[in-house]
Design a protein around this ligand. Structure first.
Ligand SMILES: *[C@@H]1O[C@H](CO)[C@@H](O)[C@H](O)[C@H]1NC(C)=O
Ligand SMILES: *[C@@H]1O[C@H](CO)[C@@H](O)[C@H](O)[C@H]1NC(C)=O
Length: 542
């Protein structure tokens, strides 16, 4: 009976937690300014847990000095998980605080998607905007680009970025990928082809658009200038917030193009000077350093303006895209060996640790204790309740949430976190959204295993496990050897998680606000600034 109630209680407790927090904040605010905090969320794309130097100091890499500084002045969250292992579901869960089975987004949207994150879902920026925040977004949206589905209509006052991944459209100067994608066709009549061309899975007909607010301002986008555009826009927004005459706090959500291929990094001088295609092995780290310096610029703009009142939260949307070989990031020790020894990849698109354990740092001078780390089990879904709690906003009570308020972990060093955390299938074969893997404490159970494409193309079909495979992540970070089924340890874990999984599925089935996403596609839904031009070519003066 206790289990049956726990989940309902949890969602109840979440609300209570928020209310209590609001109340206690009023109580404690005697000596503190009542200003609402600013929030900067930086979401990297396809970054690996091992890409953050501070996660593996023994490797002595020096690719992320600014992120290391953020960690040294803030808190590193070492057991933090993206809510899904691919772009759209992960982003939808971050912005709604709910699993894909509730918010409807269980796999990626396409260039021709007519819809996006269901309009019945309530987003974080929407709630903060209503509470008086100025809300801005820079970067990849990937939650539907047409009409009401775009960021401007989902709670953001300002938007600059790409509507989906940077490989979902051609560019005139291709970046680094595997295989190399061809440049945009520059001649011939416009034919909007939604299918990827035979050219190694690259899009070649619809140019990658850059969107400001709701308008295409550049198509095809010059990938090689994107970092600079994001950097100058982000720092402008942060600096302008100081002069905001309405005295509004702000939310700035930066969803970076880094580290998703195609990569377009500034290359080391010796490579550029040679005037030839550089050594591929240098491209990923050059790009990682470029991302890191962008994070550094954001931190420094924030430090110069409203330092003590701004929370910066850096994390990733899913693990590395392993099939891209030398253009993919590092999973660190989380190698998913049970899977890789049988064939196939174990990072992005899978529920192996490499797919969803992401490098995460939270920084808030004077509020988050400096140079600390927490191994609390946390998820990107927790950003939603945590920021709302810090802003004193209560989310609508007509639906259930899966994120937890991590305020006390961030600010007061509490080592709590999720008692159970589910990882949905979001890319590998099988049913999208299926809660195929569960974490509790140091244990992780797989009801279903599945592989992504590995470097070299190997893959492996999904496999059902009854009884489930259970790994002890403390002893076995590479998820190599499951526990013996006969052991008491195994029996206890499986009993616990089986009950909890049933409870959660029941909770979702009885949630009155479950949304269904429309995944239909149509050629006319592709963003195109000038249909008379090949690749929808146009540039406007901004
Ligand atoms: C986007 O909105 C901002 C105001 O928030 C405005 O200054 C800018 O001109 C708009 N850009 C476009 C392309 O409409
Ligand atoms: C941060 O902590 C590490 C390890 O605990 C220590 O070596 C380092 O000196 C600390 N850095 C600062 C700036 O206090």
């Amino acid at each position: 009976m206790a289990e049956g109630f726990t989940l309902f209680l949890l969602s109840g407790m979440l609300m209570c937690g928020l209310l209590l927090h609001t109340v206690s904040q009023h109580g404690a605010n005697v000596d503190k300014p009542s200003k609402k905090p600013n929030f900067i969320i930086i979401l990297a794309d396809d970054i690996g847990w091992g890409d953050l130097d501070a996660n593996q100091p023994e490797e002595k890499a020096n690719n992320t000095p600014y992120l290391n500084l953020l960690a040294e002045q803030g808190q590193r969250l070492t057991d933090f998980h993206s809510p899904a292992s691919t772009c759209s579901p992960s982003r939808a869960a971050i912005l709604t605080g709910r699993y894909g089975l509730r918010n409807g987004v269980t796999h990626n949207f396409a260039v021709g998607s007519v819809a996006g994150l269901p309009l019945s879902e309530v987003t974080l920026p929407q709630l903060l905007q209503k509470a008086g925040y100025y809300t801005a977004m820079i970067g990849k949206w990937h939650l539907g680009h047409n009409g009401p589905y775009g960021p401007i209509n989902r709670g953001f006052d300002y938007y600059l970025g790409i509507p989906y991944s940077n490989d979902m459209g051609c560019t005139d100067l291709p970046g680094y990928n595997l295989p190399q994608c061809p440049a945009c066709d520059s001649s011939g009549p416009q034919v909007i082809r939604l299918k990827r061309s035979v050219h190694g899975g690259c899009y070649s007909k619809v140019g990658l658009p850059l969107i400001e607010n709701s308008s295409i301002v550049e198509q095809p986008l010059d990938l090689w200038t994107l970092t600079e555009q994001y950097k100058s826009t982000a720092t402008r927004i942060i600096r302008n917030a100081r002069y905001n005459t309405r005295g509004q706090p702000y939310l700035l959500y930066i969803a970076l193009a880094h580290m998703h291929v195609p990569l377009a990094p500034p290359l080391p001088p010796e490579v550029s000077a040679a005037g030839r295609r550089p050594d591929d092995s240098k491209v990923y780290t050059a790009s990682l350093r470029e991302m890191d310096s962008l994070v550094g610029a954001v931190k420094s703009a924030s430090d110069d303006t409203d330092k003590d009142n701004t929370l910066i939260w850096f994390t990733g949307d899913n693990g590395p895209w392993e099939q891209k070989c030398q253009f993919a990031g590092s999973v660190g020790p989380f190698m998913g060996k049970w899977q890789t020894s049988r064939g196939g990849g174990s990072a992005k698109q899978t529920t192996w640790e490499g797919g969803h354990r992401v490098p995460t740092v939270a920084y808030w001078p004077g509020r988050i204790p400096a140079n600390t780390s927490s191994s609390s089990l946390l998820s990107g879904m927790d950003i939603f309740p945590t920021l709302l709690s810090l802003a004193g906003v209560t989310p609508p009570s007509d639906r259930r949430y899966d994120g937890i308020d991590a305020t006390n972990i961030l600010l007061h060093g509490e080592q709590t976190g999720h008692e159970f955390l589910f990882h949905p299938n979001s890319g590998a074969a099988g049913t999208f959204g299926d809660l195929q893997t569960v974490r509790t404490g140091k244990h992780k159970a797989f009801y279903i295993t599945g592989a992504a494409e590995a470097c070299g193309g190997a893959t492996r079909r999904q496999q059902l496990h009854d009884p489930p495979l259970v790994f002890d992540l403390e002893r076995d970070k590479p998820e190599e050897t499951p526990l013996e089924v006969e052991t008491p340890e195994y029996q206890t874990v499986v009993e616990k998680i089986t009950r909890r999984r049933e409870t959660l599925l029941w909770d979702i089935a009885t949630d009155k606000s479950v949304s269904t996403a429309d995944y239909s596609t149509d050629a006319s839904a592709a963003p195109c600034c000038d249909p008379r031009q090949a690749v929808c070519r146009c540039h406007t003066q901004r």
